[in-house]
Ligand binder design. Structure first.
Ligand code: SAM
Ligand code: SF4
Length: 329
């Protein structure tokens, strides 16, 4: 049984940031020069991550997603996946990646026990892709996606952050992909986090607008159940489509009432809420020799510290100042 927070929400999902480093510099996430990396000795070692996840699983956090920064840039990531996949009780192990190195790793990741992949992809145009990510190569990412599917990392869900003036003219093209086999696309409202180059209120395209634009271009959407996800997206299908379309609206439509997650930063802090700077240090007690029972108590504290919700829709910016690449999205 998962542990519930103060608002009776069962907490069963842990997002683990394995690094704050990244091989891309997406404009809405990082400055061109990158961010000051956190000190090497404060980054959790793999055996520490495995111990923390083991404790988390014992408390009912049975869905784990690896993220970053870019998880595939951390050396030995396949070993970490194998060690995590072997934890009894862990039901679901997934990864969010920019896909740049997926072609190289997909087979090994699948063999090591990774279940599925979320792929971040904001455009289908090569030049624009390079412009948004500053260092990325669209063709390489698309080959990575094919490699993931071939390796059995299914479903591959594409995450698209929509920003007005950046890629909102591609909403219909991206949605149309779900008519093809193995394409699932989730549109995400830009959040006021990261370096915020594109963040202004005008940059936000609400999910209501995205949805209206999809329906105007491609027909009415039918609501479908969320079969593989444990996140906040609502899922729909276009007429005749095999793939699903999801909408994630952190800003305009609160999903806080259904929040089921905690985040672990790469330097070992638990974050009860993405939109708050409240963090709970797990690394210091862990390195001081805390027992599993003591670590469980820290997890309980983090779960009980989850706020009821945030107030972005009322134009209150969060207190959270951590970059998205540190939090892990
Ligand atoms: N590097 C990996 C990637 O891009 O998939 C994992 C980490 S990245 C921080 C996780 C997700 O956060 C990506 O899908 C990215 O598009 C999204 N993201 C980054 N900054 C964001 C922002 N300000 N608002 C909404 N989503 C954001
Ligand atoms: Fe890197 Fe992901 Fe941030 Fe892009 S969104 S800069 S790929 S961490």
């Amino acid at each position: 049984m998962p542990f519930s927070d103060s608002y009776a929400r069962p907490i069963e999902y842990l997002r683990v940031s394995v690094t704050d480093r990244c091989n891309l510099r997406c404009r809405y996430c990082m400055p061109e020069e990158g961010i000051q990396p956190i000190a090497h000795d404060t980054v959790l070692r793999y055996e520490e991550i495995v111990r923390i996840v083991r404790v988390a699983v014992s408390m009912g956090l049975i869905h784990v997603r690896l993220t970053g920064g870019e998880p595939l840039v951390r050396r030995g990531i396949v070993d970490l996946v194998a060690q995590l996949a072997a934890i009894p009780g862990l039901e679901d192990l997934s990864m969010t990646t920019n896909g740049m190195w997926l072609e190289r790793y997909a087979g090994e990741l699948a063999q090591a026990g990774l279940g599925r992949i979320n792929l971040s992809l904001d455009t289908l145009r090569s030049e624009r892709f390079h412009d948004i990510t500053r260092l990325g190569n669209l063709e390489q990412v698309l080959r990575g996606r094919e490699a993931a599917l071939k390796a059995g990392l299914r479903p591959v869900k594409v995450n698209t952050v929509v920003v007005r003036g950046m890629n909102d003219d591609e909403i219909v093209d991206l949605a149309r992909l779900t008519l093809l086999p193995d394409w699932h696309v989730r549109f995400i409202e830009i959040m006021p986090l990261g370096t915020g180059e594109h963040w202004t209120e005008n940059g936000v395209v609400t999910v209501a607008e995205i949805r209206a634009r999809v329906e105007a271009g491609l027909g009415s959407l039918v609501s479908v159940p969320n079969e593989t996800g444990v996140g906040p997206a609502r899922y729909y299908q276009l007429p005749g489509a095999a793939g699903t379309l999801g909408f994630i609206s952190p800003v305009s439509e609160h999903f806080c009432h259904a929040c089921n997650r905690l985040r672990l930063t790469s330097d070992g802090h638990l974050l009860p809420c993405l939109m708050s700077n409240h963090s709970i240090d797990l690394r210091t007690p862990l390195r001081a020799g805390a027992s599993d029972a003591e670590l469980q108590i820290i997890f309980e504290r983090a779960i009980l510290a989850k706020p009821r919700g945030h107030h972005l829709a009322e134009h209150q910016l969060p207190e959270c100042l951590l970059p998205m690449s540190t939090i892990g999205g």
